[in-house]
Design a protein around this ligand. Structure first.
Ligand SMILES: Cc1ncc(COP(=O)(O)O)c(C=O)c1O
Length: 478
């Protein structure tokens, strides 16, 4: 075995309890009969073809469409990423190339802008002041230019399991008498089926819906689904887009795991037993941490909360999230999905067992008891004092000079950050949290954004390789 294989084997032996993707958590039952060696095949007689299916793949996709309530379902073998990209490529060309996009969208949405050449009309999510994360969206406040845009792309639910009022967006389109497609990135909510979870975007009436089926369901990593309903999206262009973007050698293991993920998704009993344990967790450690809960629905433009995402803010404990993660990993073998300075996200998947949640509860109880002995980190509790710009934590949006596609292909050079005022920026920079880009490639550097970047703290920047030497990529306009 090479270094990569050895690394994986070493990691597996550590025996961590998974609160991260993939959702299958390595449980045997999801792979029973899925023979890894002999099912790794290519498109052979009788095995159908992903890009023009008429046999077993077509049947499996049809069954998934039934399960998730779509008119048609496309299996994706290049992750949810390719689903967001195909959404944008499938749009009809209009004179105004703008699409509504949330400023906090996943980077695959930003790459979809580059690939499609669409221009973003940003909507700004609401940042929750206690978590410092974009958890809500006030649809009424956004002033969407419905007659001008060619699509409206939104994320429902967020990475953290919060959902905005998607119904309101669909109603607004109707009220405006528009036929604009509504595209929903439901990457983190492919398990939204049955009575235990918020309604799915398909149920609410969205046109195109993306599921990253590997995140919370049992499909293998990199497998996802794109669901479509209605006639606002050209099925032909959608198919052609997927053909352009996806591999010409689709993995049958991924495809077969997608087929099975749909069947396992109907096993609501698995989730019910987890939910009880999550309620116990809230009861036992809810006063030691700030935990996002059903009580948060209705505030800060959050409409729904998915109980299977356990989002914990460690500020009340006075201990940075990274120290808490270290403790939980070392003392309880718990591996979370992600953390930032003050929040930890534990993500449940269909493969988790009630004892996993009990272990997490125990770990958190013990953490709360031990926390007083941890060294204090100067400045940590001061995080509560967030910089505010007119009621928001992100600076006003800079002017868009070039589309992300134009900026991506433009000639660029790296200059000193201090000299970047008035330059068109050639990279997208997000402070994390809250993960909303302060500047997107193609935008003009403003004094507010420059001020934010010049005073930026260590280690909370996504997509900024010049942080250390205080440089930035700008478009060469000479
Ligand atoms: C909101 C959102 N959309 C899309 C994606 C892309 O999905 P995938 O990782 O399956 O390519 C992610 C990945 O984290 C995501 O968080």
């Amino acid at each position: 075995m090479g270094k990569l294989g050895e690394g994986l084997s070493r990691y597996q032996k550590l025996g961590f309890c998974s609160f991260h993707t993939p959702g299958h958590k390595g449980r045997e039952e999801f792979f029973d009969g899925l023979d890894f060696r002999s099912f790794d095949l290519t498109e052979l007689p009788g095995l159908d073809m992903l890009h023009s299916p008429s046999g077993i793949i077509a049947e499996a996709q049809k069954r998934s469409a039934e399960v998730f309530g779509a008119e048609e379902t496309f299996f994706l073998i290049n992750g949810g990423t390719v689903g967001n990209q195909a959404m944008f490529l499938s749009l009809e060309e209009t004179s105004d190339k703008r699409v509504v996009v949330e400023r906090s969208s996943h980077r695959s949405v930003m790459s979809a802008l580059v690939l499609s050449g669409r221009k973003p009309h940003y909507v700004i999510p609401t940042v929750h002041p206690e978590f410092n994360l974009p958890l809500g969206l006030d649809v009424g406040k956004q002033r969407i230019p419905w007659p001008e845009i060619s699509a409206c792309h939104v994320t429902y639910p967020s990475y953290y399991g919060t959902g905005f009022e998607l119904n309101q967006l669909l109603d607004e389109r109707k009220r405006m008498g528009c036929n604009t497609p509504i595209l929903v990135d439901q990457a983190h909510g492919s398990h939204y089926l049955g009575p235990l979870f918020p309604p799915s975007a398909l149920e609410l009436g969205a046109d195109l819906v993306l599921h990253s089926s590997h995140k919370t369901l049992s499909a293998l990593t990199q497998s996802a689904m794109l669901h479509v309903q209605g006639d606002r999206i050209s099925r032909t262009r959608l198919r052609q887009s997927l053909e352009i973007l996806q591999s010409s050698s689709p993995s049958y293991l991924l495809l077969a795991s997608l087929e099975r993920a749909g069947e396992f998704a109907l096993n609501f009993g698995r989730w019910a037993s987890l939910r009880e344990e999550v309620e116990t967790l809230h009861r036992k450690v809810g006063r030691n941490f700030r935990i996002l809960s059903q009580k948060d629905a209705g505030s800060y433009d959050i409409h729904t909360v998915d109980w299977s995402k356990i989002l914990i803010n460690t500020l009340p404990l006075g201990v940075p999230a990274s120290r808490c993660v270290e403790y939980l990993r070392e003392s309880y073998g718990i591996e979370p999905e992600l953390w930032d300075e003050e929040n930890i996200l534990f993500m449940l998947g269909i493969g988790n067992m009630p004892e996993d949640v009990r272990r997490l509860t125990k770990g958190l109880e013990s953490l709360a008891e031990s926390a007083s002995g941890f060294p204090r980190l100067p400045g940590f509790v001061e995080l509560k004092k967030r910089v505010q710009y007119d009621g928001n934590v992100i600076p006003p949006l800079p002017n868009l000079i070039l589309s992300p596609r134009e900026a991506f292909f433009a000639h660029k050079r790296q200059i000193s950050l201090k000299e970047s005022l008035g330059h068109v920026v050639g990279e997208t920079i997000s402070p994390y949290p809250p993960g909303i880009p302060v500047i997107v490639m193609g935008e003009l550097m403003t004094p507010e954004v420059l001020g934010t970047l010049l005073t930026a703290g260590e280690g909370r920047w996504q997509g900024w390789d010049g942080f250390r030497n205080q440089t930035i990529w700008v478009v060469d306009q000479e």
